[in-house]
Design a protein around this ligand. Structure first.
Ligand code: NG6
Ligand code: CA
Length: 516
């Protein structure tokens, strides 16, 4: 009886619920459609370390297989004139994040692991710009932009660092794989640090009783060729001295898996909010330490093997994006911080086993060089469903990403030297930069249209240890890259008008003539 009497009320309740449910749903629908309209894409930078222009199948490599990098290159915009800002790491990374030429910052040079942070915490960066647009921002991988204020205590919170220049999350190596401290640092704290085994770091002198690569060759599983003969970690001699932190030290062979797992976890955790991920791979920088799964994978020794490993990591990350259903809402930018080097300080068969592989393709020079192979690198923008595959010859630089991505996400922020090339990065235009200043080990050069100008520089033309021509000549150099990509014919004497045009334009931007 009671039940029957209540029936009308039950109906009424259900009816009310339905009505309000519909209203809610309508509200939700409106919310979803406007959210969809303004839905901001996730942005991922995948940034290799020392990967050359000719290293990818899609960029002409025949001896090395890079199927996953090729998915990006062949499914997105493959730039043939894409540049890092420098031929070394720190300056390129500085420019990538700030949109500012590295030669404007006197501290933007290859840094030791103890260097203070070289980005002003008030300076605009890609992640701080994105934070303002509601993004969650993270870095996983190589940092190499300095940490702290000059006197870091590695056993306390390490700051300022990535978290103070716009990253909500960071899990990094401080400098390079060959430099101490050889530990991961998550949000300013050394991962796995035992407080009873504190870390001490010095780039000046060894700690008493600690073995070094120079004095204890019997402890080494990888031998040093030049430099790299200080503290030994994991059988590998490093740059710089380190004491303590035994449990926290990384195992080089596991590094790729470690950073990949962090990157995947980051993506999965933040898939519901627009996110930015700077996934800074450590390969193929020295020491080249492929996981045993990849040993022998390339037939080229460790250097080739770690490129195969990096390629695999990219494939795994793509799978995660697909699995999480966000691949089509994610813009991926793939590039490298500088050109290739074979012998960068260890005996690792890179030279001996290179075979017919051409890490820089046809380009002259390599890492450290003002010739094209120094800063011209693989450069790809990929966005499934949004970017149509194409090859673009437009002149673009990593420095342009800040302003271009700001335009993409509805921000008016601009980096000081960063151009809005959004349409170029989206494959809708080939109207790239007109000119670009390139840096290499404290020297600069210029690219304008099809022309490359290298002002006079004193010093050796060749760095013997790495066997790379770095572009020094006391005479000016002028190359027509359209006709002479290999930079074999210096046209400076033959074409004085062009030389003047470029040197004038260069000096105007650069403010100086460079050394004679
Ligand atoms: C050089 C190192 C080289 C590499 C480079 C930085 C020596 C002799 N050479 O000083 O091995 O670590 O610095 O590379 O120590 S980068 O890609 O991070 O710029
Ligand atoms: Ca590098």
């Amino acid at each position: 009886m009671k039940k029957t009497r209540n029936i009308p009320f039950v109906f009424l309740a259900i009816f009310t619920l339905l009505i309000s449910g519909c209203k809610e749903k309508n509200k939700e629908n409106t919310a979803t459609s406007s959210a969809e309209e303004t839905k901001k894409p996730n942005i991922i930078f995948i940034y290799a370390d020392d990967l050359g222009y000719g290293e990818l199948g899609a960029y002409g490599a025949t001896e090395l297989k890079t199927p996953n990098m090729d998915i990006l290159a062949n499914g997105g915009v493959k730039f043939t004139n894409g540049y890092a800002s420098s031929a070394t790491c720190t300056p390129s990374r500085f420019a990538l994040l700030t949109g500012m030429y590295p030669w404007r910052n006197s501290k933007a040079h290859i840094l030791p692991g103890t260097a203070p942070l070289i980005i002003d915490t008030a300076q605009l960066t890609v992640p701080s710009m994105l934070q303002k647009q509601g993004y969650f921002t993270g870095i996983v991988g190589k940092w190499h932009l300095g940490l702290g204020n000059g006197n870091v205590d590695w056993n306390q919170t390490i700051a300022p660092g990535p978290n103070e220049v716009g990253f909500d999350y960071s899990n990094i190596m401080a400098a390079t794989q060959d430099r101490v401290p050889t530990v991961y640092i998550e949000n300013g704290a050394v991962v796995g640090l035992d407080p009873n085994d504190p870390i001490e770091i010095s780039y000046k002198k060894n700690f008493e009783g600690e073995p070094t690569g120079k004095e204890n060759p019997e402890l080494l599983k990888m031998k040093w060729h030049h430099g790299h003969n200080n503290s030994i970690v994991n059988g590998i001699p490093r740059i710089g001295f380190m004491k303590g932190g035994e449990k926290a030290k990384w195992v080089d062979e596991d590094m790729a898996d470690y950073f990949l797992k962090e990157a995947q976890q980051y993506v999965s955790e933040h898939k519901n909010k627009p996110f930015f991920l700077y996934y800074a791979l450590q390969q193929p920088h020295v020491p080249r330490t492929p996981h045993p799964r990849f040993v022998g994978a390339s037939g080229m020794g460790p250097r080739g093997d770690v490129i195969v490993e990096a390629d695999w990591c990219i494939g795994e990350l793509l799978k995660t994006l697909e699995k999480e259903g966000i691949l089509e809402n994610t813009l991926i930018v793939f590039s490298s911080d500088n050109g290739p080097v074979l012998n960068d300080g260890y005996y690792d068969d890179a030279v001996e086993k290179i075979g017919n592989h051409k890490p820089a393709g046809k380009l002259r020079g390599g890492k450290y060089s003002l010739f094209e192979a120094g800063a011209r690198v693989p450069f790809i923008t990929y966005w499934k469903g949004q970017i149509q595959p194409k090859t673009s010859d437009a002149l673009v630089s990593q420095i342009d990403l800040l302003t271009s991505i700001a335009a993409l996400v509805g921000s008016k922020d601009q980096g000081p030297d960063s151009h809005n090339l959004l349409d170029v990065f989206m494959g809708k235009s080939d109207n790239g930069r007109k000119e670009l200043v390139i840096e290499a080990t404290s020297r600069t050069a210029f690219r304008s249209g099809d022309w490359a100008y290298i002002p006079p520089h004193k010093g050796n033309a060749l760095i013997k240890s790495v066997n790379i021509e770095i572009g020094n000549d006391i005479e000016p150099q002028l190359y027509n890259l359209k006709e002479d990509l290999e930079q074999q014919h210096n046209l400076a004497t033959e074409n004085p008008e062009k030389l003047k045009e470029l040197s004038d334009a260069f000096e105007k931007i650069r403010g100086i003539k460079e050394a004679k």
